[in-house]
Design a protein around this ligand. Structure first.
Ligand code: PLP
Length: 412
């Protein structure tokens, strides 16, 4: 399956702009936020122009349309990740989805001495909420170390779970820094073999935009998703969960919409997932997310995955021919996603970013919200190019030229 990238690019208005005179935009920062295709813009515009009203409460036509758009977004996202819609809670992003688990599951179900397992490659969004909970509750947190090529060290993980005390696992599906595609099934089996009651949360923020994902097949308890990295709008994400887990949990935020009944002295909660969606939700964003799901489904996630894998391998192979450049994470594109962090000997990543910007190339430089991983790699920052369905080899030329130019200009 090959993607028709030139046709896809026409769906993304921003890709046709110049950033400097006569310099076309080369957008290689989709791991931070992808661009928005026309159908997503149109879906949100349509809601605001023609169906704007609040959801769930109205009996008039507009309110019913708005409710259908919002609930339709849930149904579509659920189908996209092969989950039960009753387990899809809309949140403002993946960070909020993970915090929901930290507050409504971990803080409510664990007691001093319980052990949480995590990894050294987590984004702060999947690290800080559990660190904070662990400090407040007196929990122990263990971290799975990494192999030299940036994969989870499963032998070390086996030792970490051997005492059967690990009650909760939080791990990333695809790393935003190393690109590593983690073997969720292997990690889950390790943890559950040692403790069948263990609960698993996977941060799917980077996986869902790039490859087919089946929540049912992963057989984890919670899975965090964000809209803005999968061609959808900012301001919407989701916690995908087994509905029975959500039923065991108390709400994180309380107020309107999430109640079944209220009196002056008592309250009962709505059914899941409404129990976790207090207040007016992101209606236009859910309509936009539904359009993003339709867009990606139309292209085909397997085709997206194959395109990215081929392009990632081409980029890694070209980078390995540039002297003084190191790629972090697996060199085999089959083992990874399309975020590629690299270092140039003697050149600060911010200088690399500035040189690339002068050529219209957008890459991200910094710690990528993964400071424990930066410490492990022995760096303060990396430069990261991230590829998506609208990139092709034409984008790699200015990228590699800019990297070569940065090396010869800045090297001390
Ligand atoms: C791996 C990973 N997890 C979590 C997040 C947080 O996503 P959001 O900012 O949408 O909450 C990001 C965003 O960069 C990420 O890359």
């Amino acid at each position: 399956m090959t993607l028709d990238v030139q046709t896809i690019r026409k769906d993304f208005p921003v890709l046709s702009r110049e950033v400097h005179p006569d310099t076309r935009l080369v957008y290689l920062d989709s791991a931070a936020s992808s661009q928005t295709p026309l159908p997503v813009l149109e879906a949100m515009d349509h809601y605001y122009r023609w169906s704007r009203s609040n959801v769930h409460r109205g009996v008039y036509r507009l309110a019913e349309e708005a409710t259908d758009l919002y609930e339709g977004g849930r149904t579509k996202l659920a189908a996209f990740v092969d989950a039960d819609p009753r387990g899809v809670v809309f949140t403002k992003n993946a960070t909020e989805a993970i915090n929901l688990v930290a507050y409504s599951w971990v803080r409510r179900h664990h007691k001093p001495g319980d052990v949480l397992l995590s990894t050294l490659m987590e984004h702060h969004a999947n690290h800080v909420p559990f660190l904070y909970a662990a400090k407040d509750l007196g929990l122990e947190v263990r971290h799975v170390p990494l192999t030299e090529d940036g994969r989870l060290d499963l032998d070390a993980a086996r030792d970490l779970v051997a005492d059967g005390r690990v009650k909760f696992l939080a791990m990333v599906h695809v790393s935003n820094v190393l690109g590593t595609r983690n073997d969720v099934a292997a990690m889950t089996a390790l943890v559950r073999d040692a403790n069948p009651e263990a609960v698993v949360l996977v941060d799917g923020t980077q996986a869902v935009p790039q490859m087919p994902v089946s929540f049912r097949d992963l057989d984890v308890d919670f899975y965090a998703v964000t809209g803005h990295k999968m061609c959808g709008p900012t301001g919407i994400g989701a916690l995908v969960a087994k509905p029975e887990r959500l039923e065991e949990m108390d709400p994180f935020l309380t107020g309107g919409e999430m109640i079944r009944d209220v009196s002056i002295e008592s309250v009962t909660w709505n059914d899941v997932p409404a129990k976790f969606e207090a207040g007016t939700p992101m209606i236009a964003e859910a309509a936009g997310l539904a359009a993003a799901v339709d867009y990606l489904t139309g292209i085909g996630m397997q085709a997206v995955r194959e395109h990215e894998t081929a392009l990632t391998q081409t980029f890694i192979d070209r980078l390995s021919q540039v002297e003084g450049v190191t790629v972090h994470g697996p060199r085999d594109a089959e083992l990874r996603g399309g975020a590629i962090s690299f270092a140039i000997d003697g050149v600060h990543p911010h200088d690399v970013g500035a040189m690339l910007d002068s050529k219209g190339v957008c890459v991200r430089v910094g710690h990528h919200c993964a400071k424990p991983l930066m410490k492990h790699l022995g760096v303060v920052a990396t430069a990261r190019a991230s590829l998506y369905l609208y990139n092709d080899v034409d984008d790699l030329d200015p990228l590699v030229e800019g990297i070569v130019a940065a090396r010869s200009f800045f090297r001390r």
